[in-house]
Design a protein around this ligand. Structure first.
Ligand SMILES: Nc1ncnc2c1ncn2[C@@H]1O[C@H](COP(=O)(O)OP(=O)(O)OP(=O)(O)O)[C@@H](O)[C@H]1O
Ligand SMILES: [Mg+2]
Length: 248
């Protein structure tokens, strides 16, 4: 199964998903390794969130395989994939509004990271600190502002102790200085993990990711060092609507 690049931490091959017969993700191959941070861009509807859904298991692939550390996760449910080390901060925050910030983190600490009692409490404290939420630990999630809600969505994913951290538009709707704070946080979170960050904000990805993946119409069309991919005429063609044969 493993080919020339060696044993990737996570390897997706031929992942595909259609909705009502219309392909949303079409035969995507992807390798992720610890220490890597990968940006993902592509127009609305390109299949970015669907791809993350296939990786985290909230969506079931029609075809393809997902292998992590030699284990086949393809048919594994979300909660088991979280325990195996994949977690996602969703595009639409999925926090429990009536629970406090700390309580929101206890759930993934227990059910994702598998911690209990004092150990779970210590880990929640650590995640609160790491994610800049310590002072808001006792606040109900529904009373948070947007930046703090985004931090909490990130923190919930981190609390599950993932090796693969998937981020879906955690910067969307924020001001530039706020996005810089999120960038600083994601930079910290790269350490010891593979991070894949879907975002429509190029400067945020450029500041954090050394690799860039481009999706269009369900396909992964580019994948490589950030600046190389950024300069690729195919990327200009997608965003500028310039036909391929007219790109210099
Ligand atoms: N649950 C669903 N049911 C039906 N169609 C869906 C569903 N989820 C996604 N799609 C469709 O699949 C395609 C890919 O959607 P997806 O949300 O993955 O795109 P995206 O790249 O994340 O876009 P955006 O940048 O707007 O978030 C779109 O055509 C979308 O309408
Ligand atoms: Mg999306």
């Amino acid at each position: 199964m493993f080919c020339e690049k060696g044993n990737a931490l996570l390897r997706a091959t031929g992942l595909s998903k259609s909705f009502n017969g219309v392909p949303a993700v079409a035969s995507v191959d992807l390798d992720l390794d610890i220490g890597e941070s990968v940006g993902v861009i592509g127009p609305n509807g390109a299949g970015k969130s669907t791809l993350l859904g296939l990786l985290v298991g909230s969506l079931k692939a029609d075809e393809g395989r997902l292998i992590m550390e030699g284990r086949d996760l393809t048919r594994m449910a979300v909660h088991r994939r979280v325990s195996a080390g994949i977690a996602r901060a969703a595009q639409i925050p999925q926090t429990f509004g009536r629970l406090t910030v700390a309580e929101n983190l206890r759930l993934p600490a227990v059910f994702g990271a598998g911690l209990h009692g004092a150990e779970a409490e210590r880990w929640v404290e650590e995640v609160l600190e790491m994610c800049g939420l310590a002072e808001l630990a006792g606040t109900d999630a529904e009373h948070l502002g947007l930046l703090s809600r985004k931090r909490l969505e990130l923190a919930k994913a981190v609390a599950a102790r993932p090796k693969v951290l998937l981020l879906d538009e955690v910067g969307a709707g924020l001001t530039e200085p706020e996005i810089e704070q999120i960038m600083e946080l994601v930079r910290k979170l790269r350490d010891g993990r593979a991070v894949m960050w879907v975002e429509h904000i190029p400067f945020a990805l450029r500041g954090v990711c050394e690799r860039l993946v481009v999706m269009d119409k369900g396909a992964k069309i580019l994948d490589g060092p950030f600046e190389e991919v950024w300069a690729d005429p195919d990327l200009q063609a997608i965003y500028m609507g310039v036909p391929d044969d007219e790109v210099a």
